[in-house]
Design a protein around this ligand. Sequence first.
Ligand SMILES: Cc1cc2nc3c(=O)[nH]c(=O)nc-3n(C[C@H](O)[C@H](O)[C@H](O)COP(=O)(O)O)c2cc1C
Length: 184
Amino acid sequence: MQRFTSTPDAMKRALGSLPTGVTVISFADDEDRPVGMTANAVCSVSLTPPLVLACLNRSSRAWAMIERRGRFGINILGEGQRAIAEHCARPGQDKRLDPRWLERGLEPGAPAALAGALGYLDCAVDAAHPAGTHAIVVGRVRGILVEGGGGAPLAYFRGAYRQLDPSPESRAEAAWDLLARHGY
Ligand SMILES: Cc1cc2nc3c(=O)[nH]c(=O)nc-3n(C[C@H](O)[C@H](O)[C@H](O)COP(=O)(O)O)c2cc1C
């Protein structure tokens, strides 16, 4: 272990070593169009009442719009949705969500849900606590969608998107398959 003082760089290095999932926070812009922002500082708070939290940079346009609207969605991305995560992580850029990416038939006023996400939580802002550069945004969950097909998540670790490694058993099976295919 190396020792560091609590500089922003050391914070990034230490906390970047905590693997997380990747979400896209969805919300409506001023013209009611669906927009997304990539976030991994998201976690569960309480089951009853159902509360979650997201830490959003107070200087982001995303937080400004969510604060105005009082509503946001949390889309938990699957491993095939990396391009959407990249699209929604460009500060200051147009991060509108392509209508072809979206789930249809949500209740009117619900934030956009990404088709193929592993989970979706429709949240109303319950509280927002300023904390340094960020706001700890507590969301009260109003509706949930869960993908039923056992899809694998998109993960983030040490500054890069990752896929979960398959179990040692399936890794060994894959190696045997490869050898068999090459006639060994
Ligand atoms: C993997 C990943 C996770 C991120 N997590 C967060 C987060 O939890 N909170 C946050 O404020 N920004 C987070 N960001 C940065 C925002 O996505 C980025 O600054 C942004 O899209 C802000 O856009 P805006 O200022 O145009 O609204 C993350 C970026 C990446 C690539």
